[in-house]
Design a binder for this molecule. Structure first.
Ligand code: NIG
Ligand code: FE
Length: 412
């Protein structure tokens, strides 16, 4: 955008500003409302006339209007850095084959690992850049991207470098990188405990030195890694000044929530299997619960215990889990639709979980909200109301997507 100021007006401006939130209106909606943008930041959010009055006399101004404007969506859990295709495995699974059994037989994550190891950094970055562009067109301006399909030092480094390369490409969203250090046992490794120790002592410090990621993740489950495998990794990550997020309770509750809480993780993700002590531990440590409804839908699983999380007071995040196995989508709006339809979240819970709460889980306070000082990340929707966001199944309805004050998608 060339003008010094950009004024965006909306019949419904969803601010997600906690200072405006009430019990009846948790999203802090202004009807109508306006945001004024300058230099990539929000300089005013509020009433339309007050926004106009905030523009200095004689300043150049570009105006846009939409029925509905929200903060740019924040997808806090994706495995978007991958190549290859798992369509054959998907067909088998739809005929009854089991996800964990396929993994045990060398498919699943290991099959994507083979494709990633065979690909160059440029090839991975090119696919990721395309995928990130499609996410932007769905309204996403910040994306967390995990590694975890390399499963050895050189391949994980290649993946993380591809993430950095895609981040620098034009038109992509803000990217937060996560080193998914413990995802699956690679075929060349013999023993989970020894592999986890090697990753913790060797790979983590070597990769952290390059500054390629902000978070460390581990898949803690009955057919993945144990809390004993992951605990030293998480502690070392914290010593290195990195944040922690964890895959917890996707197939069984093996104590991952309590471990995530004990290391001060930013989020515990999946949580289809979680008991009261896990929920209480997350709440007490301020760990956000990242719900991934596309994954449980794809796997035909029952939802996580949303009522338990709510009553314990755990803030909810909703993310796409975009990956070639359990969540074959790139659409955060689809995850929001399923969060409401299948998990019973309110529209406000789902939308806060894909904006402000998702941002906090990534350690970001200047996205996911439309308040003065925030980054100018917002979406002009071709929809009449925020409740309509969870209805158009799978069809992008973002008219204009603005990231850091620049039009990333749609009419400029
Ligand atoms: O979040 N469960 C572990 N990781 C991913 C799936 C990865 C894959 O199947 O490629 C998940 O569901
Ligand atoms: Fe995941």
């Amino acid at each position: 955008m060339s003008a010094a100021f950009d004024l965006v007006t909306a019949d419904r401006l969803v601010t997600c500003d906690p200072a405006l939130a009430t019990a009846a209106d948790p999203l802090g909606v202004l009807t109508p409302g306006a945001v004024l943008l300058e230099g990539g930041r929000v300089v005013f959010a509020g009433r339309v006339e007050a926004a106009r009055a905030a523009v200095p006399a004689g300043a150049a101004i570009t105006e846009r209007a939409a029925p509905l404007v929200t903060p740019g969506l924040v997808d806090a859990h994706t495995h978007a850095a991958w190549v290859g295709s798992r369509h054959a495995e998907y067909a088998l699974r739809m005929q009854g084959a089991d996800y964990e059994a396929i993994a045990k037989a060398g498919g699943g994550i290991a099959s994507t690992m083979r494709a990633v190891r065979a690909a160059s950094r440029d090839e991975i970055a090119a696919e990721l850049t395309q995928r990130l562009g499609r996410m932007v067109r769905a309204g996403v301006t910040t994306v967390e991207v995990k590694s975890g399909y390399g499963l050895d030092l050189a391949s994980e480094e290649k993946l993380l470098e591809a993430v950095a390369q895609a981040r620098a490409a034009a038109g992509t969203p803000r990217v937060v990188a996560t080193y998914l250090a413990l995802h699956a046992l690679p075929p060349e490794a013999g023993d989970r405990g020894a592999y986890a120790a090697h990753v913790t002592q060797n790979d983590l410090p070597a990769l952290a030195a390059a500054g390629l990621f902000a978070f460390v993740d581990a898949y803690i489950d009955r057919s993945a890694f144990s809390t004993a495998d992951a605990a030293p990794l998480f502690r070392r990550a914290r010593e290195l000044g990195l944040g922690v997020r964890a895959h917890v309770g996707q197939f069984a509750d093996v104590g991952g929530a309590e471990l995530a809480a004990s290391v001060g993780a930013r989020s515990a993700d999946h949580l289809e299997h979680l008991g009261p002590s896990g929920a209480d531990a997350l709440a007490a440590a301020g760990v956000r619960a990242a719900l991934l409804p596309v994954a449980s839908f794809t796997l035909g699983q029952a939802p996580p215990p949303v009522g338990l999380l709510r009553s314990a007071g755990v803030p909810l995040v909703v993310a796409s889990d975009a990956n070639p196995g359990t969540a074959p989508t790139e659409s955060l709006p689809l995850a929001l639709a399923l969060a409401v339809r299948v998990y019973g979240l309110t529209v406000a819970e789902a939308l806060l979980g894909a904006t402000r709460e998702a941002a906090i889980s990534l350690g970001l306070t200047d996205v996911g909200v439309l308040v003065p000082g925030a980054s100018a990340d917002l979406v002009l929707w071709d929809l009449p109301h925020e409740a309509a966001l969870v209805q158009p199944w799978g069809v992008p309805r973002a008219r204009t997507v603005i990231g850091r004050g620049r039009v990333l998608s749609g009419s400029g």
